[in-house]
Structure formats: structure tokens, C-alpha cells
Design a binder for this molecule. Structure first.
Ligand code: HEC
Ligand code: HEC
Length: 422
């Protein structure tokens, strides 16, 4: 009867889950605050479960930091740091722009680019990316497996030529051994290098922050100030309207009115402009995207999601940023416009700022498109103490800095010395 008992138990479990779901559906809309202009369902905040793995890139060891890595994650640790997977094998490995000592991103407002270029946006952290459905500031990549090759090959990031990258892996005996062990490859296949990187990124998940512990029932894990901050986050400051769910993002797109990034035109001082950053914006808008000339001539800000769907109602909108690990990822926003968490809080307190796309657009044909600033953005009138509490809550969304050293990378070896014979 053992099997029978087990069946009863799992069917009870299923029933319970169904009931919880039904309860959520029935009671949630009434129980959630809906700000004007965004009458959507807000996912509850919660602790992170271990990261999900897709069926086409499974792993036996679903370990997360800080436990030891499994073999696939370890291979990804190497490929993530290895410049063999970038054009000139120079300073353009993933880890050069996602630096373990700079929150797995970079601390400059604009990321550096492939030698001879400057990236036009702020480099994001790769920590906890396993839980996101939409990657990049504009949400343009659907999975870690799809994102890795696009980063490695982009002209202003890794600038890798595929065949070169694959051949390089094949000329390093340690890679031949590891790819065989992990994927069964006779010779390393580049596609599997991207899978290994994705697996390493899933390993870089932080699920033991004070916030996670608090949500799992340890009420002493967050300070009294951070707990007050959580209330403000959900209530008076209304951050929760967009930053919800365990990753604190609804993965929707908004224009908050963040000002134009200084690198684009220098802001107050034209001398601060970074010509190569501007080159990237011009190229993004026109050079390779086939947009009309009047748009090329009129857009001066980063148009965000508009680059993807070309809907004028999307101009200047960006994916709600996840808030975990932000203790280590300043500066903030898509061009690193805000230096600190406190600066971000002050920004929201004044109801956001203005940019080119918060204003009405009139096309040369006389069509009018309203500004896209989110109506959710309002002055908050937070007191000094409320700001401090909110900041302490944000800090509770990070645990340790997750620093890993640069691994010892596999070395090339000429074929004749080691080629496996039939
Ligand atoms: C030259 C700098 C540079 C290099 C090299 C680089 N990245 Fe990035 N990465 C960035 C920047 C900048 C962004 C944000 C770009 C955007 O949104 O347009 C980004 C975004 C990402 C994101 C999305 C994070 C999020 O929150 O959505 C992931 C994942 C990522 N990179 C992984 C990688 C991997 C894997 C590699 C190596 C194959 C790599 N990057 C190489 C600069 C770089
Ligand atoms: C209307 C939706 C919305 C609301 C309300 C909102 N945010 Fe955001 N948040 C976003 C979006 C979108 C971004 C990315 C914006 C960009 O880069 O232009 C962002 C970015 C951030 C960042 C920067 C993260 C990074 O990695 O750069 C922080 C921190 C942040 N928000 C905290 C807050 C706090 C605290 C509140 C409440 C006071 C709040 N947000 C309210 C949508 C929102």
C-alpha cells in the first residue's frame, strides 16, 4: 500500500496547490494596490527559489553560489572569462564588462566597448539573470542561451567571428576534454559554449539575502528600518507597482523621464560628451536599422524599447530593472545616469525627470504622439527618515558580493602533440 499512500499524498498536494491558485485568483485583485494608469495584476514579493533550468540545457547539479559548481557550470566559468571567445582575444571577454569586482557589471556609467568602440549603455549585472524572461535594458533577448552569442558577436561587445571562436576552443586540449565530458562533443561545439555560459550564469544566483530570509519566516533577518522600508516600498512610494514578484520587476516597459545620458551629449558640459558613445546611438538609430530620415534627425535620446518594436508609443521606455544585488551595481539606469541608491530614491521622490520622449512628438506629416512618461510617476513627498528606510530595504536585497577569481584558462596546444588518434 506504500505506493497508494504516496499517491494520496501527492494528489492532496495537487489539490492544495489548486486551491491556493484559486484563492489567489479570487482574492488578489481586491488585495493589491492599483495605481492609476496601471491597472494590472502585481505579482506578490517573495523569496527566490533555486533557479529554473530549461529542458534544452539541463544540468544534473543545479547548484547555486556559494556551493561548489557542477561540471557544466565550471566549464561556463572558464568560457565566461576566456577572451578566446572574443574577436582579438583582447580585453573583451564577458568578464571584462561583467567584472566580479564591480558587481558583475562595470562601475562606469557607460560600459566600455570592443577596442575602438564605446558601448552606449550601462553594463548590467549577470547575477540572478536566471529568473528573467527579458534580458537587456530594452528587453530584447529572451534567454541566457540566446543572449550569450549575441553579446559575444556584437561589434561593440565581443566582436567574435564564429568559426574562429570554435577553432580556438578545439585547439585547447582542456576544452576538448571538458566539452566531451559535459556535452559529449567529439570537438567543442560553439553552441555548447553558450550553453555552458548560461549554466554558469544560473549558478550566479543569490537566494540567501536578508530579504529572502525574512520572506522565508526569519523576521530577525531584516532591520526594523528595512521592514519599515518594505512597507513604504509597497505603500506610500508605490515602487511595488512596477517592481514586484521575487525579482522585484514586472518586466514591463516604462519611460520614467530619466535624463539623457551624459556620454551622449555631455549634459551640462559638452566636454563630457563621449564621441564614440554618440557614434553608437547614431548607428543604432539609423546606420543599420533602416529608419526614416526624420527620425534619425530628430531622436537624440536613447529610445529604448522603440528600437525593438518601432512603435512611437514605445519611445524611451525601458524594462523595469530587477532590484536584487543593487548594493554593488551603481551607477544606475540605462546610461548610469544616477550615482547611488539615494540618488535613485530622490529621483522618484521628485516624480522622475523629463527627457525628449516625455514630450509630445509631432511628425513631419502632422501626426501627433503624446509623451510617453508613465502616469504612475508622481511626487512622493517622502520624509528624510522614509528615504533612509527605503534605502535600507533596497540594501537588504543583496547578500555577499559573490566575488570569484579569474580562473586559470585552458591553454592552446598545437594539434600534432595531442590529437586523439583513431
Ligand atoms: C564590451 C562590453 C560587454 C561585453 C564584452 C559583454 N557584455 Fe554583457 N552587457 C553589456 C552591456 C552594456 C549590457 C546592456 C546592453 C543593453 O541593454 O543594450 C549587457 C547586458 C548583458 C546581459 C543582460 C542582463 C540583464 O539584466 O538583462 C547579460 C545576461 C550579459 N550582458 C551577458 C554577457 C555575456 C554572457 C557576455 C560574453 C559572451 C557578455 N555579456 C559580454 C556589456 C558587455
Ligand atoms: C512606473 C514603474 C516604476 C516605478 C513606480 C518605480 N520604478 Fe524603479 N525602475 C523602473 C524602470 C523602467 C527602471 C529602468 C529605467 C531606465 O533605465 O530608464 C527602473 C530602475 C530602478 C532602479 C535602478 C536599477 C538599476 O539596475 O539600474 C532602482 C534602484 C529602482 N528603479 C528603484 C525604485 C524604487 C525605490 C521605486 C519607488 C520609490 C521605484 N523604483 C519605482 C520602473 C519603475
Amino acid at each position: 500500500m506504500k505506493g497508494g499512500e504516496k499517491f494520496m499524498k501527492s494528489s492532496e498536494k495537487l489539490m492544495f496547490i489548486l486551491l491556493v491558485f484559486a484563492a489567489l485568483l479570487i482574492f488578489s485583485p481586491a488585495g493589491t494596490a492599483h495605481a492609476e494608469g496601471d491597472p494590472d495584476f502585481d505579482m506578490p514579493l517573495g523569496a527566490l527559489p533555486p533557479p529554473p533550468y530549461p529542458v534544452d540545457n539541463p544540468t544534473l547539479k543545479k547548484n547555486v553560489w556559494p556551493s561548489p559548481m557542477g561540471p557544466k557550470q565550471e566549464l561556463g566559468y572558464l568560457t565566461f572569462f576566456d577572451p578566446k571567445l572574443s574577436g582579438d582575444q583582447g580585453p573583451s571577454a564577458c568578464s571584462d564588462c561583467h567584472n566580479p569586482l564591480q558587481g558583475w557589471g562595470t562601475n562606469e556609467a557607460h560600459s566600455k566597448g570592443y577596442p575602438g568602440t564605446a558601448h552606449w549603455r550601462n553594463s548590467q549585472t549577470i547575477v540572478n539573470n536566471a529568473y528573467l524572461q527579458k534580458l537587456f535594458w530594452g528587453g530584447s533577448s529572451p534567454s541566457l542561451e540566446a543572449q550569450a552569442p549575441s553579446a559575444a558577436r556584437a561589434a561593440r561587445a565581443g566582436n567574435l567571428e564564429r568559426d574562429q571562436g570554435e577553432a580556438r576552443l578545439r585547439l585547447a586540449p582542456e576544452y576538448v576534454r571538458r566539452f566531451n565530458e559535459v556535452f559529449g562533443d567529439r570537438w567543442p561545439i560553439l553552441q555548447n559554449a553558450w550553453r555552458s555560459i548560461a549554466s554558469f550564469e544560473r549558478y550566479m544566483s543569490q537566494i540567501d539575502t536578508p530579504f529572502d530570509k525574512y520572506m522565508n519566516g526569519d523576521k530577525s533577518a531584516m532591520s526594523a528600518s528595512a521592514i519599515r522600508g518594505l512597507d513604504i516600498f509597497k505603500g506610500k512610494a508605490n515602487c511595488f507597482e512596477c517592481h514586484n514578484g521575487p525579482m522585484l520587476t514586472d518586466e514591463k516597459f516604462y519611460n520614467l523621464g530619466v535624463k539623457r545620458g551624459e556620454g551622449l551629449d555631455g549634459g551640462e558640459d559638452p566636454d563630457d560628451a563621449m564621441p564614440l558613445v554618440q557614434v553608437n546611438l547614431r548607428w543604432e538609430i539609423y546606420g543599420n536599422k533602416g529608419n526614416s530620415e526624420w527620425i534619425f534627425r530628430s531622436f537624440k535620446d536613447d529610445a529604448g524599447m522603440w528600437f525593438r518594436d518601432k512603435q512611437l508609443s514605445s519611445r524611451g521606455k525601458f524594462r523595469t530593472a530587477p532590484l536584487r544585488f543593487t548594493r554593488f551595481t551603481a551607477p544606475f539606469m540605462h546610461h548610469g545616469q544616477l550615482d547611488s541608491l539615494r540618488a535613485v530614491i530622490d529621483f522618484y521622490d521628485r516624480g522622475g525627470d523629463e527627457n525628449e520622449f516625455t514630450k509630445e512628438l509631432i511628425t513631419p506629416y502632422g501626426d501627433k504622439y503624446p509623451g510617453t512618461k508613465s502616469p504612475i510617476m508622481k511626487k512622493l513627498n517622502l520624509t528624510e527618515e522614509e528615504k533612509k528606510d527605503l534605502e535600507n530595504f533596497l540594501l537588504a536585497l543583496t547578500a555577499d558580493p559573490m566575488v570569484l577569481p579569474t580562473p586559470k584558462l585552458p591553454q592552446f596546444q598545437a594539434m600534432a602533440d595531442w590529437m586523439p588518434r583513431k
